[in-house]
Design a protein around this ligand. Structure first.
Ligand code: LLP
Length: 416
């Protein structure tokens, strides 16, 4: 237990995972406020360029309580849907703090943001024309695709030559034409090259690209460089963290140099999601069955892919910690097993061939670094209930910040 990362970071504070599960049920997402705040501050202080803000990309985790904390930390936010805008408003965010990064949206959705005075980023020439028709003379941002992607999986590379995102950087003059036609003011341009990089080269390269696009437009208020800052999911194997100070220094140099040439201290933004939320969260679940099927060990838990989709969707790795029910049994024994959930699909695997301290029924497993794209991608598949979310406050108190779904929730929207 002592070499556990959760012990090093005092993740559960004074609480023991078994007590948390007894109190809040299983499975359950546990968040740590101190870690969440630390990550907000690291991102806000990434560069020493004077006009810089970090946007929290709330798709990673949009729990209302975390959003309120992000706001206290001075984070701006981006939203990807009217739903995210709605939740942000509920958390106290003002229109001028929200950036709506739209992608293939209806006129109604664009209006939803425009009517609230929220700046919209547009993702294609055809949607820029639509925006012009809806809001002629208005302010707008355009998302460019710098032709370079990065990410931990093909599915999360959001720029480059093979993705649906952004306006091809060769279309600057077409963009200018549409801006002129509808008398639109281009407030800023943005990009997002993909999710999870652990060394900064591709990011820096993409920043160079977007800066080369930015200089073709006059009088921009901001340039948004995107998110994607990775976290080490393989901590148990000693994986290194992204070197933020090195990346920050290189970025600062680039931004200072560029704005000197541009003749204006443009606002630079980044939009991290994962970096802020991932490490503040762990998913706790209970072992209900141990079995061997034709030579493979299976540890059967209540953490199906309805609770955490990442391993199934992207073959993502999460470190797993075993919290034994009793200190005596199996303390020095190990096993290699597939850790699986309770969903009726054989792909329902959280970890494949994982070496673990020997696990028995009643033990609790902690799936680490699950704060980003964990709950936000959870579903009711198999009519399972999405878990509760609990926050360990800086004061040490553990508080329920979202209830577990109820059975009634499952039939709430049916017309009977
Ligand atoms: N900005 C835009 C426009 C995005 O599309 C995204 C993420 C972000 C910012 C934040 O990226 P981050 O800093 O979190 O890498 N579900 C996947 C990740 C999908 C990311 C989609 N876009 C996963 O669990 O790995």
């Amino acid at each position: 237990m002592s070499e556990y990362y959760s012990v090093k970071t005092s993740f559960y504070g004074k609480h023991c995972p078994h007590d948390l599960v007894k109190r809040f049920g299983s499975p359950v997402y546990i968040y740590n406020e101190r870690i969440f705040r630390e990550r907000c501050r690291e991102m806000a202080g990434l560069v020493s360029y004077p006009n810089f803000r970090a946007n929290y990309s709330i798709k990673a985790n949009s729990n209302l309580e975390l959003l309120k904390i992000a706001r206290e930390e001075g984070m701006l936010v981006d939203a990807m849907s009217p739903g995210e805008i709605y939740v942000l408003e509920a958390a106290g965010y003002q229109a001028n703090e929200i950036f709506y990064i739209s992608n293939n949206v209806s006129a109604e959705e664009m209006k939803f943001a425009v009517d609230r005075g929220i700046l919209v980023s547009i993702d294609s020439l055809s949607q820029l024309k639509l925006f012009g028709r809806i809001n002629p003379g208005g302010k707008v941002a355009v998302r460019f695709n710098p032709g370079i992607g990065a990410g931990h999986h093909e599915k999360v590379m959001t720029a480059g030559k093979k993705t649906k995102f952004g306006v091809n950087m060769d279309f600057v003059s077409e963009v200018k034409g549409i801006l002129k036609e509808y008398d639109l003011k281009l407030a800023g341009i943005n990009q997002h090259i993909g999710s999870l990089f652990l060394e900064g080269n591709a990011y820096l390269e993409s920043v160079n690209s977007i800066l080369s696009i930015a200089k073709q437009f006059e009088d921009l208020e901001f340039v948004d460089l995107g998110g994607g800052f990775g976290i080490p999911y393989h901590k148990q194997e000693g994986q290194e963290r992204l070197d933020l100070s090195m990346l920050g220094e290189s970025l600062t140099k680039l931004l200072l140099q560029w704005s000197e040439q541009y003749g204006k201290n443009v606002l630079f933004k980044i939009e991290p999601g994962r970096y802020i939320a991932a490490e503040c969260g762990a998913l706790l679940g209970t072992v209900h069955a141990i079995k061997q099927n034709y030579g493979t060990n299976y540890v059967g838990t209540d953490m199906g892919f309805n609770v955490l989709a990442r391993p199934v969707m992207y073959d993502s790795h999460h470190d797993i910690e075993v919290y034994k029910n009793s200190d005596i049994s199996g303390a020095n024994e190990e096993m290699v097993a597939n850790i699986v959930g309770n969903i009726c699909e054989s792909g329902d695997i959280i970890a494949r061939g994982r070496r673990l301290q020997k696990v028995e029924e009643g033990d609790i497993l902690g799936v680490m670094d699950a704060g980003a794209y964990g709950y936000s991608m959870a579903s009711n598949y198999n009519n399972r209930l999405r878990p509760a979310e609990v926050l360990i406050r800086e004061s040490g108190e553990a508080v329920l910040i979202r209830k577990r779904d109820t059975l009634e929730d499952l039939i709430r929207n049916f017309i009977i």
